[in-house]
Design a protein around this ligand. Structure first.
Ligand code: SF4
Length: 339
């Protein structure tokens, strides 16, 4: 079933601290906080364009710390969205916020106002990474916030980042393990970019922070994704939405920005999967001239990779003649080796 998000950006509104990597104004191409009337017209325009799909729509307050807003503003925003929940049968209301601004009282308020999904920007479950990134909470507090949200029967989303200061491959995998153990309903994974006019940019310019290369970021995010998907948790985004503003030269000062980052990660996951299968069969390679990687039709580009790089590299590495075989019955995201 198609899902439509009606995004309402509240760039860094409510944020009690400056996280060192964040400049929502650059990320979202929006510099001011919307007034309720503007929110109404944005929602109405989206609903009109959605036609019958409007019933699948979720209104989503993004880009700030929703539950850290002044109480009056928070209630005003919730009421504005609720008008559409009641009148237009919009399916749900989603907010994103920080784990240290979640408690029982806030959750009761969100529930009564019709919020269905809460996305927590947790970024890492390693205290030293959180501290170095100016997040001002610890991993245990983040876990507790997740439990509270799940206990109150909201849908829980967790946002993670790879490559923050003090982060490393092991911490990223531990973060993915702890995320999977919490069984959220969805996860987003972002590689850390050095956005202009952030404290991270200053660290980078002073040679005190080195971002991941694109290959490293793809590798780390692929490892995280595999761990999280083992629990059947959907990853709804990998990599930043490449807004026009973010594409403007100079807005990303450094880091692994790629407009199709998620696709690169998927291709890496398929490549690694194929390597494991091939390693297991290596002793039988001499028996057949051609070997086939069997994939679902929807996964062909993930298997072949950009400009068929995956197949070329596997052929070189294993010195065989490898081809892709498309089969409707192959489960999604899985490959088999045939001859
Ligand atoms: S990362 Fe989130 S909490 Fe931190 S400044 Fe940005 S919007 Fe606010």
């Amino acid at each position: 079933m198609r899902h439509i998000n009606i995004p309402i950006f509240i760039p860094q509104f409510g944020c009690p601290h400056q996280c060192i990597f964040c400049n929502q104004k650059k990320i979202s191409s929006q510099t001011s906080v919307p007034e309720p009337d503007e929110i109404r017209s944005t929602i109405a325009a989206y609903l009109e364009a959605a036609g019958d799909l409007r019933f699948e729509a979720e209104i989503a307050y993004f880009g700030g710390s929703f539950t850290a807003l002044p109480q009056k503003t928070m209630e005003e925003y919730l009421e504005t969205a609720r008008e559409f929940l009641k009148r237009e049968s919009v399916r749900g209301l989603r907010i994103s916020t920080r784990p240290d601004y979640i408690d029982e009282e806030i959750l009761v308020l969100l529930k009564t106002k019709g919020v269905t999904t809460i996305e927590l920007g947790i970024q890492s479950f390693e205290d030293r990474v959180l501290q170095a990134s100016g997040r001002q909470y610890g991993a245990e507090q983040a876990e507790e916030a997740c439990r509270l949200i799940k206990n109150k029967n909201f849908r829980l989303g967790i946002q993670l980042m790879a490559g923050l200061p003090e982060d490393n491959y092991r911490y990223a995998m531990l973060t993915a393990e702890r995320t999977a153990a919490l069984k959220p309903d969805m996860v987003r994974i972002y590689p850390t970019l050095v956005i202009k006019e952030t404290p991270l940019e200053a660290l980078f310019r002073n040679h005190k922070y080195c971002p991941l290369t694109l290959a490293e970021a793809v590798d780390v995010c692929a490892g995280m994704a595999v761990i999280i998907r083992r629990e059947n948790i959907p990853i709804i985004r990998m990599g930043l939405q490449p807004s026009e503003e973010l594409r403007t030269e100079g807005n990303v000062a450094a880091g692994p920005f790629h407009p199709a980052f998620g696709e690169l990660v998927e291709q890496k996951i398929f490549y690694d999967q194929a390597r494991v299968l091939l390693r297991r069969q290596e002793k039988n390679f001499y028996k057949h001239k051609i070997w086939y990687l069997r994939v679902n039709p929807k996964d062909v580009s993930k298997m072949t990779g950009y400009k068929r790089n995956n197949i070329t590299n596997l052929n070189e590495e294993f010195d065989i003649n490898l081809k892709v075989k498309i089969w409707d019955g192959q489960p999604r995201n899985m490959i088999s080796l045939d001859n």
